[in-house]
Design a protein around this ligand. Structure first.
Ligand code: LLP
Length: 382
């Protein structure tokens, strides 16, 4: 599918003149619309969407999602604090974290948020501190998926969750402390564009769910992908939502109770609503590359370097220029600081404004001030 830039050339010039580059630009309206589309795609009425705020923690976007009706998924004590500051009540906050210290675990427990306990030891610690309480647990059913081995979070290679073969021991600990398992959670991986992987994992978790008689909710995690490459097909969320709803309703009927259906997407809600704007600062030729240098680097958008991820690039100020095959490199003092190799772009000239698309998820939040270059400014439009 042909990609469209988030902002026009004229807007880019205006924003660059006003705020300078590099600059993260977001469109609030895209986030709100994407949330509405996803919610509408899931007909099962008792559904909750927990936005995984690790993808983008911008305060205005959090407020947009809260107003649209979203709950929020957090993965650290800092994110819990952020969610509370953004006005989400504890009853609408979930929390999932592996390898927490006991002190952190108990501090989060006192906030009253829904905790997806990630290990038998987390269950023991909560059992000892709050005997007789209700808990949620994260299960690793042995199945994973995702765009890169670093983001596959299910299966035997993954550090996450209570491995399904440990369920008998989990049930023993639950009895020992008089706990009730009120919910299950899983998250198999990230940027999944194949709906079948999601449905398979869902069926797996529903199989495990039969062993827990007191459930109130089941959370199937995030991972919904977006088409970063123009030739990729977007996920058909309406078809997926219909299948998930039907499978869940059928499960609930057999289970004997209407449970809450939860998902926790991050990327899907914000990736396409953000982009990184940068200026071309230099050009240089070697026998291997025609380099285009920009005033940003992997300290601002690490996904290409960390996962080899593709981000579409627009030359907003010379869109009709003759196409050249160029290698776009950043200003960080490492040779791996490359955004794209041999990419066909309309002739980038010094001073042109380039837009790195789909940078709304895992962009700014994964940034750093490496090389003592501060993180860019973030601007929210609409
Ligand atoms: N829930 C849990 C427990 C997670 O660990 C994650 C992501 C999500 C939900 C949201 O996943 P999403 O819907 O965004 O795929 N930095 C990587 C992605 C790391 C995802 C980590 N966990 C990237 O840039 O591709």
């Amino acid at each position: 599918m042909e990609k469209k830039p988030l902002i026009s050339g004229a807007e880019a010039k205006r924003l660059a003149a006003k705020y300078g580059t590099p600059l993260y630009v977001y469109r609030q309206s895209v986030v709100a619309e994407t949330y509405r589309r996803l919610r509408a795609a899931i007909p099962y009425p008792k559904t909750r969407i927990y936005y995984a705020c690790k993808a983008n923690a911008n305060a205005k976007l959090l407020a947009t999602l809260r107003r649209a009706g979203a709950c929020i998924e957090t993965v650290s004590p800092g994110e819990v604090a952020l969610a509370l500051r953004a006005g989400f009540p504890p009853s609408r906050i979930s929390f999932t974290c592996s390898n927490l210290s006991e002190k952190e675990l108990l501090a989060v427990a006192k906030k009253g948020v829904r905790m997806h306990l990630d290990s038998l030891n987390q269950v023991r610690r909560i059992g000892a501190a709050f005997p007789g309480s209700s808990i949620f647990v994260r299960i690793n059913t042995g199945l994973g998926a995702g765009h890169h081995s670093h983001v596959i979070t299910g299966g035997p290679e993954s550090k996450f969750g209570i491995y399904h073969t440990d369920i008998p021991e989990l049930l023993r600990i639950v009895r020992e402390y008089g706990l009730t398992v009120a919910g299950l959670e899983q998250h198999i991986g990230s940027n999944i564009l194949d709906a079948r992987a999601f449905v398979r994992a869902m069926r797996n978790l529903l199989e495990s769910a039969k062993r827990f008689p007191d459930l109130e909710a089941i959370d199937f995690g995030g991972g919904l992908g977006i088409p970063y490459r123009p030739e990729e097909k977007p996920l058909d969320v309406r078809a997926l939502g219909a299948r998930v709803s039907a499978a869940f309703a059928k499960f609930c009927k057999a289970y004997g109770r209407e449970l809450e259906l939860a998902i926790e997407p991050g990327r899907y809600l914000v990736a396409e609503a953000g982009a990184l704007l940068a200026e071309v600062t230099d050009r240089k030729e070697t026998t291997a590359h025609s380099f285009v240098g920009v005033d940003t680097g992997f300290n601002h958008l690490v996904r290409p370097m960390m996962y080899g991820s593709y981000h579409h690039i627009f030359n907003l100020t010379n869109p009709r220029g003759k196409k050249e095959s160029v290698t776009v490199a950043g200003n960080i003092c490492e040779s791996g600081d490359i955004f794209a190799k041999h990419r066909a772009l309309p002739a980038p000239r010094i001073g042109d404004l380039l837009l790195f698309a789909d940078a709304g998820a895992y962009g700014y939040v994964m940034g750093s001030d490496y090389n003592q270059r501060p993180r860019p400014r973030e601007i929210v439009l609409d």
